[in-house]
Design a protein around this ligand. Structure first.
Ligand code: UTP
Length: 290
């Protein structure tokens, strides 16, 4: 059976980023760089690799830098060209006019509400969601792995990873059913459960493929954990009505919404980069030896 292709991705980037203040007072969290690329760029690259064509950004006040990042920087490019500088470094930032759209979430009422703000552009087709502060590093990328699974199962998919039991209460947690390799059937979902009530130690990790019906569920949904409109609650209502699976990502996830996760990601990527790995390793060793 063939399933409708995943052509569109939603990037909710309207959060306040309070854990990174004061850095995020004037700069969106999603523009913080891992070495020399902003987090949002890694997420868009991962989407493109998975065959996704249209990028939909749900932004808010103070997020203009994201639009500028994916726009043509005419003065910069002309000056660089005149000086004979290599422009290929800007190549990934070019999203043609037909390939990106921006909608505003006027108040940060939660992830579920942010996704719902994109309903008209998503329309009546399955779509992907990326939380750019969860940096998924692997080859093939996390979304490419999920699209491969989707081509077999159809329906809804979320990416999951194992977390120590005492840490699950900050996340959405799945109630797992049958397991086949990286694919686990999802029987239930809870957002931020107390550790003792958590149905497993498998947490939702920032990538989703959802059917458009989720928009109608979100439409009528009240506030959940933390007084926010939760995507997890809307997804939970779709279980039993449509196929719902979790994919365990074969790769590494860095939680760049937290300061320590962000530093870990920068170090890890720097240590993989041919242009700086040796130098950074020497610096890190010297710092630790102090
Ligand atoms: P987070 O829970 O990480 O919140 O949101 P945050 O505001 O970005 O960061 P902190 O916790 O204050 O430091 C998860 C994702 O959902 C988006 C965020 O931009 C992030 O990508 N989001 C969250 C919205 O777009 N709108 C919201 O109302 C809430």
């Amino acid at each position: 059976m063939t399933h409708k292709p995943i052509r569109k991705a939603v990037f909710p980037v309207a959060g306040l980023g309070t854990r990174f203040l004061p850095a995020t007072k004037a700069i969106p969290k999603e523009m913080l760089p891992i070495v020399d690329r902003p987090l949002i760029q890694y997420a868009v690259d991962e989407a493109r690799e998975a065959g996704i064509e249209q990028m939909i950004f749900v932004t808010g006040r103070g997020k203009g830098a994201i639009e500028d990042h994916f726009d043509i920087a005419f003065e910069l490019e002309r000056t660089m060209a005149e000086r004979g500088k290599d422009l290929s470094v800007l190549e990934p930032t070019r999203l043609g006019p037909g390939n990106c759209a921006y909608v505003r979430q006027q108040e940060p009422m939660g992830l579920g509400h942010a996704i719902w703000c994109a309903r008209d552009i998503v329309g009546d087709e399955p779509f992907a969601i990326f939380l750019p502060d969860e940096f998924m590093h692997g080859s093939p990328g996390c979304m490419a792995q999920m699209v491969a699974a989707y081509n077999q199962t159809g329906g809804n998919l979320i990416s999951v990873l194992e977390m120590p039991r005492d840490k699950v209460s900050s996340y959405g947690v799945i109630d797992p059913g049958a397991r086949h390799g990286a694919l686990t059937e999802v029987r239930g979902l809870v957002e931020k459960p107390a550790a003792k009530d958590a149905p497993s130690n498998l947490i939702i990790s920032g990538r989703y493929i959802l059917q458009p019906e989720v928009m109608r569920t979100l439409e009528n949904q009240g506030k959940g954990a933390g007084g926010e409109i939760q995507l997890t609650d809307a997804m939970a209502k779709m279980i039993g009505q449509q196929p719902f699976h979790a994919v365990t990502f074969d790769g590494k996830r860095y939680d760049c919404g937290s300061k320590v996760g962000y530093i870990e990601a920068n170090l890890a990527i720097a240590l993989e980069r041919g242009d700086m790995a040796d130098e950074v390793r020497a610096i890190a060793k010297a710092l630790i030896a102090q």
